[in-house]
Structures are given as C-alpha cells and as structure tokens.
Design a protein around this ligand. Sequence first.
Ligand SMILES: Cc1cc2nc3c(=O)[nH]c(=O)nc-3n(C[C@H](O)[C@H](O)[C@H](O)COP(=O)(O)OP(=O)(O)OC[C@H]3O[C@@H](n4cnc5c(N)ncnc54)[C@H](O)[C@@H]3O)c2cc1C
Length: 444
Amino acid sequence: MSLPGQLSQIAHHTQPAGQNNTPNEASADSNKQHQIVIVGGGAAGITVAAQLLKHSRSLDVAIIEPSDKHHYQPGWTLVGGGVAPLSTYTRDEQAVLPEGVTWIQARVAQLDPDQNRVITEDGRAIAYDYLVVCPGIQIDWHLIKGLEDALGKHGVTSNYSKESVSYTWEAIKNFKGGTAIFTQPATPIKCGGAPQKIMYMADDTFKGKSSVGINTKVAFCTAAPSMFPVPEYSAALNQVVKRRNIITKFQHNLKEIKADTQEAVFDVTTDNGVEEVSLHYDMIHVTPPMSAPDFIKQSPLAIAGAGGWVDVDKETLQHARYPNVFSLGDASSLPTSKTAAAVRKEAPVAVQNLLSLMQSQPLTARYDGYTCCPLITGYNSLIMAEFLYGGKLAPSFPLDPTQERYSMYLAKVHVLPWLYWNRMLKGAGFEADMLKPINQLVHS
Ligand SMILES: Cc1cc2nc3c(=O)[nH]c(=O)nc-3n(C[C@H](O)[C@H](O)[C@H](O)COP(=O)(O)OP(=O)(O)OC[C@H]3O[C@@H](n4cnc5c(N)ncnc54)[C@H](O)[C@@H]3O)c2cc1C
C-alpha cells in the first residue's frame, strides 16, 4: 500500500481556480484519474463531495454513480403509507451533484486499492489519490425463496424497492381483512425501524375502516429477539404493539414466500434449535436480507469474516489497511444503525480527516456513532430514536426521547426532507443551526 505522499506514479489532476468541471462530463471520461474518487452518489457520496468542494473549489473530485435518479429513501415509508407519491422523494442525479464535481456515470465492478484505482463494469480504470467508498447496501432478494416472483402483486410488498414501494400503499388501502404480516430479517438493514413503521401506518388504516379492523390480525415477525436494539426505545415500542394488539413473533426469520398458497415460511430459533414454521398471510410486507455489495465483499477493502463491509476505523472512518481510503454510510463497517441521519454526522468526520491526511496533518475528527431512527408509530406520532455507539441515548432536544410525539411526526414529514435536500446535500456541516427548524417546531 502506498501512502498519498508516496503516490508519485499518479499525477494530480488539479483544476485551475475558478475553472470547474460541470457535472456529467463523464461519458467520454475513460481511463482517467482524479485526486479524490467517490464510489456511489447517494446520501453519503453527494454529501461528502459537496463538503469537499465547499472547502475548496480547486479540489478534483469525481463521483462514480450509475443511476440518473437520486432517491431520498427515508421518504419511502411515507410513500408506502400513502402520505406522498414516490416522485416527491426523487430528483435527477444531475440536479443534486455539487457544482464542480465530475460525474462518471458507471457502476464500479472492482476495487484495486494496491494500484489506487477502481474498474467500472464497462471496463474503465479510474485512478485516484484518495478514495471514498459509499455505494450503500445490497438487497439480497434472492435469499428468500419465491420472493422475487411474488413481489408487487397479490398482497406481497416491500418498501425496500422503488419498484414495489408504491404497491405497499395499494395493498394496505385495498386490504379486505385477514392476516397482515410484517417481517424483519436477521441481517443488518438500512433503517432498523422501517420494518415496523409501515406496520403502524397499516394498522391505523385497517382500524380506520371498521369492517377491516375487526377482521384483521397484524403480526410483526422479526428475526431479532426484541422490538429494537436499544432497550429504552424497545420498551416504548413494546407499549405501542401492546396498545394496538399487534402479535409479536421474535426469532422468526423469513426464508420463503409460497405465493400460490399465501404462506410465509420462517426459521424459528428456539431453545431446542431451529424449527420451520409456516404462517398464512393475506398481505405481507417483507424487509429482505441485506449485505455489503458483492464487489466490496470480494475486494481487499472488505473486513475479514464479518459481512464484507468496508473495514474502517469506527472513529476516524479511515480504512484499516489503506490509509488513503475512507468509507461511510451503509457500506461501511461502522457499528451503528445504518441511516441517512448517521451519514449526516459521518460525512464531516470523513471530510475533515481526508483533508488533514492530504495536508499530512494528524486525523483529529471523531465519529461517536450518532444515528437516528424516526420511529413512526402512527399517522400522527413518532419516537425520535437518537443514539450513539453502545446504544447511549442522544436526544437533540431537551425532551424525553422515548415518548411518541406529534411534533416529531411533523418533523419527519416536513422538516427532515427539507434539511436533506437543502442543507445536507448542499454540504452544510452539521452545525447547530441545522436543527433550528425542528427546535422551533418542538417548542411552538
Ligand atoms: C424504506 C427505507 C426507510 C428508511 N428510513 C430512514 C429514516 O427514516 N431515516 C434515515 O436516516 N434513514 C432511513 N433510511 C436509510 C437511508 O436511506 C440510508 O441509510 C442512506 O441512504 C445511506 O446512504 P448511502 O450513501 O450509504 O447509500 P445510498 O443512499 O443507498 O447510496 C448508495 C449509492 O451508491 C450507488 N451504487 C451502488 N452500487 C454502486 C456501484 N457498484 N458503483 C457505483 N455506485 C454504486 C447507488 O446507485 C446509490 O446511488 C431508510 C431506507 C429505506 C430503504
């Protein structure tokens, strides 16, 4: 591994001040090299690029991102719940790219950190001095037998795909009664609370129609042993399911959908080992298993033995073996709940430490594991579950964070998307003033 100071084989591509690339110069941009290459132009990639270019417009930053659309995925729970259409949370990738970045519209197929380059699916080799890896999480639909064929029809749905999320609302709205199952897998997932948020919205909708509510059983079937990994929030959610008469089935890991007989097959962990259990469903919302993207698992950047995530220091976000590589977001090994809120706090740390490294300064910025899962518990209530490494509660407001609040629901629907598009993706650091709109809402 060569350190940046030793990267003499790679010429710096530094733009003259004031002369910026416009986004999307990329298609013709083959076998190039850039000072900083970012893999993935999602929540983390755009935020990091925007913060870097805000620091200095003379930095040469390239983003490799295949999609021409950018999705605010935290909004997908609201799409599934019928609050807004998918288009509300979709923008052109071009529109969210910061000015001055080079967009290479391609998919990375291989990481080659020993040669300081990445290889794209269409065969381009892109060299870098510094690399930021943030291609998100991989959804392993195929690991649930029968799911790919069943998804999006006959009551089988998932908020975890832009293709099926709108169907979730169709399935909920048109539900005629029976058993509605909501699942959560055994793997790490993005937004650990999302599998149950949509359940509370569905339950409200079913109960709003007396003929449906009376004839309906709602069940939460989770591979986890409790409602939530942080005990204080888990206790609050226990009260929510109890109040709603929702059936909870812990240690239930979905492994098959039998669409023809409307059965969901689970591996259930008991004191005596693992048993197979089949449950009938009339509607099922599946949260599929997830893992690190395969091209990361297969690369030298992967952490040994533990899921194949990019192996970074949990405080500095620097790679454990390749100092000129940083990673953040869902693809990283950071041992926190994978959310866009976490990215918002990770990005300034990654950026500050990357800039320090470029100037041969010590890496002083530290990430404390902050994450936030806005746990929607109904159409007008939400528990703002904020916490740090080790599950330490970290409320942003001087209020009991385990309480369901209408103000926090309003923040989720109206304030957080605004902050995402207008502050976070524009490279705002996470200064205190970013939270001012929510503070005002809470205290009004
Ligand atoms: C239903 C749902 C509800 C959620 N709710 C919340 C919530 O309430 N609050 C919250 O904070 N978070 C929530 N999240 C999680 C949040 O969206 C993610 O944690 C966040 O987007 C992670 O950012 P990221 O940049 O790591 O990944 P992403 O935003 O997923 O971006 C990854 C990018 O990498 C690109 N990419 C993938 N493969 C490659 C490749 N091979 N080469 C190049 N580029 C590639 C993708 O096209 C994508 O643009 C939710 C997610 C879902 C799906």
